[in-house]
Design a protein around this ligand. Structure first.
Ligand SMILES: Nc1nc2c(ncn2[C@@H]2O[C@H](COP(=O)(O)OP(=O)(O)OP(=O)(O)O)[C@@H](O)[C@H]2O)c(=O)[nH]1
Ligand SMILES: [Mg+2]
Length: 199
């Protein structure tokens, strides 16, 4: 797939399942705790400073923001979970909007890849593990990325990522891909996986 990543725009900031896009375009989803760096990852992937709004205070993004990339791919920026439980959160701890996206979305067959973000310095939280468990059981294609990689030295990063894989994901085929929105580390690898999934 040939794609012009410079041709990207926000499609809709959806607060309700009725507003989810209906086009038959592959959707790539960003999932993770509030403040983990989902919106920053979108900006980094697109080489933009502020297409996706980066939160100054965590827990702000309660809408599900869809971005159109060159009319070929849709990025879905899920509301962050795990920050001061909201009354509209479900038992799982996700927002009702996130739950609708995965479970009540008429276009859920268009979900081609879920990019699950964890903070490399924190490792997967209980909420992250719950989400990863949900994704595994749902059969949705997903990858795990450890973001804010720039916060660790290169050697510490390798050690940390391998520890996370050993501690939490041994016996699975889950790999942890280091990423940084600041340095762009992991960007190429991620784009490869995105394009392959969207094909
Ligand atoms: N050093 C560093 N900081 C990052 C990175 N990614 C995000 N941040 C910072 O982390 C904070 C949160 O980033 P966001 O992209 O808004 O996080 P989010 O996951 O979209 O948060 P919500 O929208 O609240 O769910 C911001 O201050 C970012 O500048 C990264 O790779 N490295
Ligand atoms: Mg955000």
């Amino acid at each position: 797939m040939k794609i012009n990543v410079n041709n990207a725009e926000i499609k809709i900031s959806a607060g309700d399942v009725k507003q989810f896009p209906r086009e038959r375009l592959p959707q790539i989803v960003l999932s993770g705790r509030s403040n983990v760096g989902k919106s920053s990852m979108i900006n980094a992937l697109l080489g933009r400073k502020s297409l996706a709004r980066v939160s100054s205070s965590p827990g702000k993004t309660v809408t599900l923001n869809f971005y159109d990339i060159d009319g070929k791919i849709i990025f879905a920026d899920l509301p962050g979970y795990g920050y001061a439980r909201r009354s509209r959160d479900t038992k799982r701890g996700f927002s009702t909007l996130t739950e609708s996206y995965f479970l009540k979305n008429p276009s859920s067959d268009l979900i081609k890849l879920v990019i699950q973000l964890i903070d490399v310095r924190i490792g997967p939280t209980e909420d992250d593990l719950m989400m990863i468990d949900f994704l595994s059981k749902s059969g949705l294609p997903f990858i795990v990325t450890a973001t804010k990689a720039d916060k660790l030295s290169p050697s510490k990063l390798i050690e940390t990522v391998s520890n996370i894989e050993k501690t939490f994901f041994s016996g699975t085929d889950i790999r942890v891909i280091p990423f940084s929105s600041v340095t762009g580390q992991g960007k190429q690898e991620l784009w490869k996986l995105i394009l392959k999934a969207a094909e």
